[in-house]
Ligand binder design. Structure first.
Ligand code: PGA
Length: 246
């Protein structure tokens, strides 16, 4: 189904929760099969989990693929189970049998994280840019860790997490105090540079943010509204997340 939403309408598909993973895996495999040296941007968090489970169940040959994470926490010790390097190892690298050297993340242990952010942006460019970027959406409308107020043309940089985001990610940590306060995140401009975007959204907590992102004004108040500026966006949402869409 195609829903006219915003200046450049996204293709919005309403699916059962389990089917989000199936449809996302279909799209990812289509991109990989049609691209000689595919570059896939990967998200972490709950939203992409059905996709990664489906990819693991299907198997496949990913030797030609280069992967780039959206973001990484600052301040966690190396090997922390909630660092995105470890999350991607558990959810993607090990289950799919990927060569870890093909999976890139910002370096959170650099003496100069600002420099690490700039180098990461350059690595994405050097790889030829992202062919398919997988995204979740925050309940405050954030995209990666681009929180409300982020510049629409921002590039990879050091950012501070909002309290709302720290509360949302609290479920992955023993206490709120242990949720990092800073990160390196791809910018909104970086994300918009990907040739194709795939947003996954599940659950009622995402309904308002998804509605604002796709039908509201393009504004830093809702960073995910930049999706309206991109010409090739697919949104896979379950009924709860899509409840407020036209
Ligand atoms: P979630 O987070 O996938 O864990 O819901 C998405 C986000 O905050 O961007």
């Amino acid at each position: 189904m195609r829903a006219d939403a915003g200046p450049a309408a996204a293709a919005v598909l309403r699916l059962e929760g389990r089917d989000v993973g199936t449809a996302a895996a279909d799209l990812l495999h289509t991109v990989i099969a049609s691209t000689p040296r595919p570059v896939i941007g990967v998200a972490t968090g709950g939203s992409p989990s059905p996709l990664y489970r489906e990819l693991a169940a299907r198997g496949g040959d990913y030797r030609a693929v280069t992967w780039f994470a959206l973001d990484e926490y600052l301040g966690l010790p190396a090997g922390h189970p909630q660092s995105y390097a470890e999350v991607l190892r558990r959810e993607l690298i090990d289950p799919l049998g990927l060569d870890p050297r093909t999976v890139h993340l910002p370096d959170p242990h650099s003496a100069d994280p600002h420099d690490a952010a700039a180098r990461y942006e350059q690595r994405i460019a050097d790889a030829g840019g992202v062919d398919l970027q997988i995204l979740g959406i925050g309940r405050n409308g954030h995209l990666a860790f681009n929180e409300p107020g982020a510049a629409l043309d921002s590039r990879t940089r050091v950012e501070t997490l909002t309290e709302d985001t720290r509360q949302a990610n609290r479920r992955f940590f023993p206490t709120l105090e242990e949720v990092p306060t800073r990160c390196i995140t791809q910018g909104l401009g970086t994300i918009l540079s990907a040739r194709r975007l795939l947003l996954l959204a599940q659950g009622a907590a995402k309904a308002e943010a998804l509605h604002r992102a796709l039908t509201g004004p393009v504004s830093a108040d809702c960073p995910a509204s930049v999706l309206q500026l991109h010409g090739d966006v697919t949104v896979l949402a379950d009924a709860e997340a899509a409840a407020l869409l036209p």
